[in-house]
Structures are given as C-alpha cells and as structure tokens.
Design a binder for this molecule. Structure first.
Ligand SMILES: Cc1ncc(COP(=O)(O)O)c(C=O)c1O
Length: 533
C-alpha cells in the first residue's frame, strides 16, 4: 500500500471533474430537484471530493489498516477492556434466523429467540446470585440508571421515612471516591444526591468514613453504589460489613458489575449482600466494548424487587390442554410480559399473536427503558459464550485474569511505581515510572508503546494518582504475549533514562505523530475547507 499517496486526505486526492461512477446518458435529474422546496435547494454544488474509483478504495483501505483492534495485537486497556470475542459468537449473532426477526413478531413465531432471551435472563441471575434480570438496558451506564430507578421506585413504594429529608424520601447515594465516573453521573441523572466515601491507603473503602456518613445521613440513604473489585482492581475484603451497615440504615446496595469477569463463577454479588446490579455484556460476555456500541447492560435484583424491573421480560409458561382425541397434553413455551406501562406495544404484539399475556396481569414496573427487547445480537453472543464455557470453565475466567494481572504487577514493579502493593484482581494500576527525574510521563510511555505495536493502557484513570497507568491483560493472553509486553515496558523505562526525548516525542512509527489532545478537544476543526481557507 502506497501510504504516502493514499494516506492523504480524500480532499487532497481530489482532481476537478474526475468521477468514480457513470450514470445512464438519459438520466433525468430535474425531477429530483423539482420535488424539493426552493428554500431547501443548494445554491451551489456541494464541495465533494472528486476521485476515481480505485483511489477511493485504496484511500479507505489504507485508513482501515490504521485501525488497531484486539485482532491486531495485545490490548492492555484497563477498566474498559475488550475481553474475549470469539468469532463463532459473531457468526451466531449474524444468523439470518435471529438477525431477520422483527421485534413485534408474534411470540408464537419466535419461540427459539425467546428461549435464548429467557435462558440468558436465568443464566445471569444464577451467575449473579440474584432473583431476576431484565435485558432491556443498552449500556453499562444505562443499566446503572435503570438500577437506581428500581431503587427509587422501591423506596417510593415504602412508607416515608421519619427523620429523613423534608419530603421523607431517601435521596442520597453513597459512592466511593474510586468509583467509575458513570456511577455519580447516573445518580445525578436519576435525581439523587451523591455523597462521596473516602478510600483508605490500601485503595479500599474507608470503613470509618462510611460509618460516619451512615450515622450522618441514615434515613436519607437510598443506596450505596460499589464495584468489587473496585476501579483499582482491588477486592474489598470487608464487603460484608459494608453491605450490613448500609442495610441497617435502610439503604439498598448497588453493584456495578461492569468488570464481573474478575469474579465470574467464583463468587456472586448476591451472596455479598448486593440487592441490585448491572452487568456489561459488552465487556464480560464476548462483545467488544467501545466504538459507540452496540452494548447491553442487563439489570438484576434480589427477591422482592422483581416487580420494579422494567419490561419487556420473557417468561416460561406451561399450558395444559385437554385434546378431544389425545386427552391431557402439556405445552411449554415462552411469552412476552410487556408490563402495564407498555400497553400499546402489548396490544400491537398480541393483535396478531396466539400468545396469551393475560397469564401475566399488569404490574407496577418501570415500563420499558430501551427500544423493544434491547440489543438482541449482543445477548446472543453472551449466551453463546456462557454455553461454550459451561459452568466449570467459566470459573477459570476470574482466576486467570487475576493471575495475568498479578504477574505483570510483580514483573514491572521495579520500573513502574506501584502505589498499592497487595494482590490485585483483573487489573493493576501503576503511578507512572519509578524514576521520574527525566520528566517522562505516563502519557509519553503510552505513546511510545504505540511505536512497539501495542495499544496503550488506560491512562490518568483512576483519578486517585497523578500518573495512573492501568493495565488489564484479561484471561486469554498467552505467557509469551504478556512477557513480550513486559519486555517492551522495561525497554521504555530504560529509554526514559537514557534518551528521554525519544519517549517524550513518541510516537514515531505511526501514520500520525503526537497530536495536541487539548487543542483537538477544545478547538476541533472538522472540515477540510475550514483548514485550508
Ligand atoms: C466500572 C464501570 N462501570 C460502568 C461502566 C459504564 O459502562 P458503559 O460504558 O457501557 O456505559 C464502565 C465502563 O466501562 C466501567 O468500567
């Protein structure tokens, strides 16, 4: 590929009057313009690039080669990592029998899809140690908001709390200072107030601070949101004390399960005392995270909270028929519970369906929070992933992810500053280089990694350290891959001492060198003509 030529912008490759298409000679374009109102018609032709077909194809092929994905090399991005995305699962999600379904198709014509949906609801409940799941939310943050809405609905259904806020409502959410940014954002969007809980020197929840806040806010506490392992990759060893403390004050415990892979099959949020949680299917269960979706953030609840979950949900029914010739017969099938707030959808779906939702009388759920059933393709991949691992192998996910992260931690701690020394879970956080004397920063290290063919780790998150560098190897990488990455990290640490300018001006081998991130974020110029005029 001639990168020098085809790597130019498509506008730079443009030659006036050149075309990559030909229309029939007698093509009449008058009717297209005539149909548009005068005010909406262009006064002059759009300034589009004019190129021949091969130039266009080569230009975009060249661009696509500049992408870096998990199929190209090691991808140590922490917290939002692309986990394991087997191609077979993509193929299953793309099967016409699934991909061609219409969301309002009568339930009787898509029993197979409804069975997958139902089985996934059940499998997630089993893995989480909770009673029931909705698959409706379409992202992790969407799941957080939904979960908090469930919690709010639960408290609203209780009697008002004496001694609480003026309205007698529980409005405060306790959130550790190490939490993922979406946690406080979701609480605010839900109309709740965030109360920050401090971390101690080990990076875990400061129990004394929590106790103080529980005393102070008692009857105002709606919930505490936590992720365990937390965003530093550390397991909260006193989680049972935490959940007990919040429950005693009348609050519910919310578990951010975005990084559930660290615990999969090993221990369950429900058993730790959590009442409501979300899972990121697009991280833990075989769909790449990032790039704008599609995602899926199912929400699960403990027994007693099911009625507050959004709809639709799929239920299994057994109907008994007494057939004139064959006598009593049982039919087992799946039915859609649209919920009381989805009356319109329910009637549409039932008008041409044999299914009988009267088996599920209306109940006070939140209604629907996503479109129809949510992102079904993501669910198919998740279900295929769970089935292909099975209940025994799924238990390997957490220990392997933990082993890999700890191996990296121990081998890099001589060159990279390790602020929290103990055992980590699926990811490890360093605070930049041990030797900072030459001024090489975490940003420089991340940029230099690109030169060696690696995606950068997560940088400057979590916010607890100035030079955070968070690495998550995942459970799937071979020892050779991890060793090669460690060698490169050591090499960069050495370069930072002997030739700091090389690191500070990296990357050198990529199509585009160091960009000014701040300028790009604050004054983006996104049109070629504006750049050139
Ligand atoms: C701990 C944690 N919580 C919540 C989220 C939000 O998930 P999403 O990006 O799907 O909204 C993430 C994102 O990766 C996360 O790491």
């Amino acid at each position: 590929m001639n990168r020098t030529l085809y790597g130019n912008l498509i506008f730079e490759l443009s030659k006036k009057g050149r075309k990559g298409y030909s229309l029939p000679q007698d093509y009449d374009r008058t009717h297209t313009t005539a149909e548009l109102p005068e005010a909406l018609r262009r006064k002059e032709a759009a300034r589009l690039p004019e190129c021949d077909e091969l130039t266009v194809v080569r230009h975009y092929t060249n661009l696509s080669h500049n992408n870096f994905g998990v199929n190209d090399g090691f991808y140590p991005l922490g917290s939002c990592t692309m986990k394991y995305n087997p191609v077979i699962n993509e193929e299953i999600a793309g099967m016409k029998a699934f991909a061609g379904l219409h969301p309002l198709q009568p339930a009787v014509t898509c029993q197979g899809a409804l069975e997958v949906y139902y089985n996934l609801q059940e499998s997630l409940a089993e893995l989480a140690g909770l009673s029931e799941f909705t698959l409706n939310p379409c992202a992790g943050a969407h799941g957080e908001l939904t979960g908090l809405m469930v919690i709010r609905a639960y408290h609203e259904a209780q009697a008002t709390v004496p001694g609480g806020s003026p309205s007698g409502k529980r409005t405060k959410v306790l959130i550790p200072d190490s939490a993922h940014g979406t946690n406080p954002a979701s609480a605010a969007v839900c109309g709740l107030e965030v109360v920050e809980v401090k971390s101690n020197a080990n990076g875990t929840v400061d129990l004394e601070d929590l106790e103080r806040l529980v005393q102070l806010e008692g009857p105002n506490i709606a919930a505490m949101m936590m992720t365990n392992p937390n965003t530093l990759g550390i397991f909260e060893p006193r989680v049972l004390e935490i959940t007990e403390m919040v429950h005693k004050a009348g609050g519910l415990m919310y578990y951010d399960g975005a990084n559930l892979n660290a615990l999969l099959g090993e221990c369950r949020p429900g058993d730790m005392g959590f009442d409501v949680m979300h899972i990121n299917l697009h991280k833990t269960f075989s769909t790449p995270h990032g790039g704008g979706g599609p995602g899926s953030g199912p929400v699960g609840v403990r027994k007693g909270l099911e009625k507050f979950l959004p709809t639709p949900r799929v239920k299994k029914v057994v109907v008994n028929y007494d057939l004139p010739d064959d006598g009593p017969t049982e039919w087992e099938g799946f039915i859609i519970d649209w919920g009381a707030n989805n009356e319109e959808l329910r009637t549409k779906n039932e008008s041409n369906s044999d299914s009988d939702s009267s088996l599920f009388p209306p109940h006070p759920s939140l209604g629907s929070v996503g479109n129809f059933f949510g992102n079904f393709g993501v669910m198919l991949k998740a279900y295929a992933y769970i089935l292909s691992l099975g209940s025994e192998n799924i238990k390997q996910v957490g220990p392997l992810a933990t082993l890999n992260a700890n191996y990296i931690k121990e081998r890099l701690r001589d060159s990279y500053l390790l602020p929290i020394k103990g055992l980590c879970k699926h990811e490890v956080v360093f605070d930049g280089l041990v030797d900072k004397s030459t001024g090489v920063t975490t940003m420089d290290v991340a940029k230099r990694l690109l030169d060696y063919g690696y995606h950068a780790p997560t940088i400057y998150f979590p916010l607890l350290f100035h030079e955070s560098l968070m690495i998550e190897p995942t459970e799937n990488e071979s020892k050779e891959t991890i060793d090669a990455f460690i060698d490169v990290m050591h090499k960069i640490a050495e370069e930072a001492k002997t030739d700091p300018e090389l690191v500070k001006t990296a990357p050198h081998n990529t199509p585009i060198g160091r960009v000014d991130d701040v300028l790009a974020a604050k004054q983006p110029v996104t049109t070629y003509w504006k750049m050139t005029e």
